[in-house]
Ligand binder design. Structure first.
Ligand code: ADE
Length: 253
């Protein structure tokens, strides 16, 4: 997978991709990350990337010309309809569709090239979203001062899903969201720390009871922190019974 990140702050990314799985995936040749300074595609003396909004108002808007020129040079296409197969152009903005595990998985499985446009200032000329980007993506319901931190999040979420990027081929399948609920709690040694004990069942060595405990505690975590997920999660009859139990336990706690 090749990433091309278009930004007015290429220096922002100086060391973020030099850690952990993203670093290893690059070293293994699974991933290439290329940074591009948007100002390279400006043509005026001041290397202007933004301008005042039509219709008035505060703030500046990123101009379309440098962004279109950048994507055109990088992909050969100046319109999303002309892009090569397996190439996606992602515009990061708070107006985008949410970045979910499902979207990250879809990108990891179907693209081999991601061009990532980091928005800035008050916005990006809408023609980028209309005609150039294949996807407008937000990493959450809050406003960042630019798309750069969101680009880091997107790259990380996609890279770790590429075949061969994780140590164990199965580890991504078990985590939060993979099954529509949050991951269960995890513990390691010592079994007692400052008076806090690891749940007895986990040290019992009883595999079936450990599995049942993990499912129940995953459901409890989800019920407490993300009850919205339970409306869409695929739940068995046993899960529903566990949720009833959890509700009773949490009321009496
Ligand atoms: N740029 C500013 N806020 C953002 C967000 N929440 N997601 C993606 N890009 C952004």
């Amino acid at each position: 997978m090749r990433f091309d990140i278009i930004t007015i702050f290429p220096g922002f990314f100086a060391s973020v991709f030099e850690y952990g799985i993203v670093k290893r995936a690059q070293a293994a040749g699974l991933v290439e990350i290329h940074l591009h300074d948007l100002r390279r595609w400006t043509s005026d003396r001041h290397r202007t990337v933004d301008d005042r909004p039509f219709g008035g108002g505060d703030g500046m808007v990123l101009k379309p010309e440098p962004i279109f020129a950048a994507v055109e040079e990088l992909t050969g296409a100046g319109r999303r309809t002309d892009l090569p197969a397996r190439t996606r152009v992602v515009l990061l903005s708070p107006q985008g569709k949410p970045l979910t595990q499902a979207l990250a998985a879809e990108l990891a499985a179907s693209a081999n090239r991601l061009v990532v446009i980091c928005g800035r200032y008050e916005g990006v000329d809408e023609r980028v979203a209309e005609a150039l980007a294949t996807d407008e993506v937000s990493i959450g319901d809050y406003v960042l001062s630019g798309g750069e931190p969101a680009a880091v999040v997107l790259v990380d979420a996609v890279v770790r899903l590429l075949p061969g990027a994780l140590g164990s081929a199965t580890s991504a399948a078990h985590e939060s969201f993979a099954a529509g609920v949050l991951d269960c709690p995890h513990y390691t040694r010592p079994a007692e720390f400052r008076g806090l004990r690891v749940p007895e069942v986990l040290v019992s060595g009883h595999h079936a009871r450990v599995a049942a405990w993990r499912r129940k505690e995953a459901l409890r975590k989800t019920w407490r922190n993300r009850p919205d997920l339970l409306e869409r999660a695929p739940l068995s009859d046993e899960d529903r019974r566990l949720l009833e139990e959890i509700r009773r336990e949490e009321q009496s706690a």
